[in-house]
Design a protein around this ligand. Structure first.
Ligand code: MN
Ligand code: MN
Length: 467
C-alpha cells in the first residue's frame, strides 16, 4: 500500500503548469542562440517570397537535392525539389516505406505583409517623385510611415528579359520612406481612428527631388527618376506594368534585449517557421515516411492563386510521385500527416486585455500548438482531432521538445486562419503549430530564440520519426 500523497505531491502529479523552456537549461539557450544566427542571415537575404525561393533553392542544391522529374521512380533517401511559379518551394526526401503508408508534410509560408507597387506607380507632385502602393496582407498602415524602406522586385522588359533588383539593403544604398505630418499640424489627423491614421492612398513612397536639367520639361523630377531607373535597370515607365515590386522595411534582423534572447526583424511571419522547416527537411536522412517541406505563397491574402495552398501544386506533386511508383494517391493522402506551420500572437503584457491569459501562447515557452484557429465560434477552423494532438505532443515529449498550446487572443476580438483547412480539404489530417510573435505583421516583429529552436526540433523529430 502506498502512503497518502501530500498536497504538494498531488499538485506536481496532477496540475499542468507551463514552463519557460530555456530558463533552467543553459544548453537549450546556447543551441537556440546558435541556430538563430543562421536564421537572421536567412531573414536578411529573403525579404520577399522570390528571394526566399532563391535562397532556399541554393540551400537545397548544396545539400544535393535534384529537380523533380514526374516520370522518374525514386529510391529511399533520394532528395528532390521543385519551384512553383517563382514563389513557392517544395522539397522532399523519399522514405523507406511506400507512399501509400503516408507522407509527412511540413508547410510554412514565405509571403509577408508589405506594400506592393501599383501597375502605374510613378508620379510627381510638386518637386518630389513618388511610387503609389497597394498594401498586401493585413498591415496596420500607420506603422509604415517614417521608417526606412527598401524596394525589391522584378521587371520583365519589352524584349522579354527579366531583371531582379533590390535597393536599400546595402549600407551604401539610398533608402525610401513614407512621410507623416508633424505633431504641430496634427490636430485634424489626431481625430482620425487609428486604422485611418495613415490611409491606403497616403502610403506613397518618396523617391527623389532632383529634376532633369533641361528647361521646359513637364514633370522634370519624375523624368529624372525614370532616367536613373533606365540607366540602372534598362527599363521604361511601361515596364512597371509587367513587374512585381515590393516595398519592405530596410532594417536588418537584430538581437533584441540586453540578454539577446529575442530576435527583431521584418518577416518572422512566417520565415520563423519556414527556415526551421527547411533546415529540418535538408538534414533528414533516409526517413521512414517520405517527408515533404513546402514553403508556400499567398497565405497572407487567402492562399489563392497558383502559388497558394488552395492550388493543387503540392497535391499534384504527391499524386505524380504515387503514379510513377504505381501506388494509389488517395490511400497515400489518407495515411499522411501535416504540420501546418504558421506564427501566432505572443502574449503581450503591455496589451494584456487583448489576450486571455490562461490560453495565450508565450514567447519562450516553446513551439505553440493550435488545435484550431478561426474566429467567432471557431468559424473557418480546421479543428485537429484530439488523437492527432496526442500523437504529436507525445512525440515532442519523448524528444524533450518544449511545446505549449493556446489560442490567438481574447474571444470575439478578431481571429485568424492558416493553410491547415486547405490541406484538410484533401483528406489529410493536419495540425497547426508555430512560433509566437510580438508585434505580428508590424515592420519590426519580435520572436524568442527558444521558440525558433523548438520549432526546428519539432520539424526534425517529425521528419525523422521511426514509426
Ligand atoms: Mn502567417
Ligand atoms: Mn500573417
Amino acid at each position: 500500500m502506498s502512503e497518502k500523497m501530500t498536497a504538494k505531491q498531488y499538485a506536481e502529479k496532477l496540475l499542468y503548469t507551463p514552463e519557460y523552456a530555456a530558463d533552467k537549461q543553459a544548453e537549450v539557450k546556447a543551441a537556440a542562440a546558435a541556430f538563430a544566427e543562421g536564421y537572421k542571415t536567412f531573414l536578411d537575404a529573403a525579404k520577399t517570397e522570390r528571394e526566399a525561393v532563391t535562397v532556399s533553392e541554393k540551400m537545397l542544391k548544396e545539400a544535393g537535392y535534384q529537380l523533380f522529374d514526374p516520370k522518374k521512380v525514386y529510391a529511399p533517401g533520394d532528395k528532390i525539389y521543385f519551384i512553383q511559379g517563382h514563389k513557392a518551394v517544395v522539397a522532399a526526401t523519399i522514405g523507406t516505406k511506400s507512399f501509400e503508408e503516408g507522407f509527412r508534410l511540413a508547410i510554412a509560408h514565405i509571403d509577408c505583409p508589405r506594400l506592393d507597387l501599383r501597375p502605374n506607380p510613378l508620379y510627381q507632385d510638386e518637386h518630389f517623385s513618388y511610387f503609389r502602393t497597394h498594401y498586401y496582407g493585413g498591415i496596420r498602415k500607420y506603422q509604415w510611415a517614417t521608417i526606412p524602406l527598401a524596394i525589391h522586385g522584378v521587371f520583365t522588359r519589352a524584349d522579354g528579359s527579366v531583371v531582379n533588383f533590390a535597393v536599400g539593403e546595402d549600407e551604401q544604398d539610398p533608402v525610401f520612406c513614407i512621410t507623416d505630418l508633424l505633431p504641430h499640424l496634427g490636430a485634424e489627423q489626431n481625430e482620425r481612428k487609428l486604422s485611418e491614421g495613415i490611409k491606403a492612398e497616403e502610403l506613397n513612397v518618396l523617391l527623389g527631388s532632383d529634376p532633369v536639367e533641361e528647361e521646359d520639361v513637364k514633370e522634370a523630377v519624375k523624368l529624372n527618376t525614370m532616367i536613373l531607373l533606365h540607366e540602372k535597370y534598362g527599363i521604361t515607365e511601361r515596364d512597371f506594368t509587367r513587374a512585381e515590386i515590393e516595398v519592405v522595411p530596410a532594417h536588418k534582423a537584430r538581437d533584441v534585449g540586453f540578454d539577446r534572447s529575442l530576435v527583431g526583424g521584418y518577416g518572422h511571419d512566417d520565415r520563423v517557421d519556414a527556415y526551421p522547416a527547411l533546415m529540418a527537411e535538408i538534414e533528414t536522412k533516409n526517413p521512414v515516411r517520405t517527408t515533404i517541406c513546402v514553403l508556400t505563397d499567398k497565405e497572407e491574402i487567402g492562399s489563392d492563386g497558383v502559388t497558394g495552398m488552395q492550388s493543387m501544386y503540392v497535391f499534384h506533386f504527391m499524386q505524380q510521385l504515387c503514379r510513377a511508383a504505381g501506388q494509389d494517391d488517395i490511400i497515400a493522402f489518407q495515411h499522411s500527416v501535416c504540420l501546418s506551420a504558421d506564427v501566432t500572437a505572443a502574449y503581450d503584457p503591455t496589451w494584456a486585455s487583448a489576450f486571455e491569459k490562461q490560453n495565450g501562447t508565450y514567447a519562450g515557452r516553446g513551439v505553440a500548438i493550435f488545435k484550431y484557429t478561426g474566429a467567432r465560434g471557431k468559424s473557418a477552423a480546421s479543428d485537429a482531432n484530439a488523437e492527432l494532438v496526442g500523437d504529436v505532443t507525445r512525440l515532442l515529449d519523448a524528444n524533450k521538445v518544449a511545446w505549449q498550446i493556446g489560442e490567438l487572443g481574447r474571444l470575439d476580438l478578431g481571429g485568424g486562419g492558416t493553410i491547415a483547412k486547405y490541406v484538410a480539404n484533401r483528406g489529410i489530417p493536419v495540425l497547426d503549430i508555430g512560433v509566437p510573435v510580438l508585434s505580428m505583421h508590424a515592420p519590426f516583429e519580435v520572436i524568442h530564440k527558444t521558440d525558433l529552436y523548438m520549432a526546428y526540433r519539432t520539424f526534425s523529430v517529425f521528419c525523422q520519426q521511426a514509426d
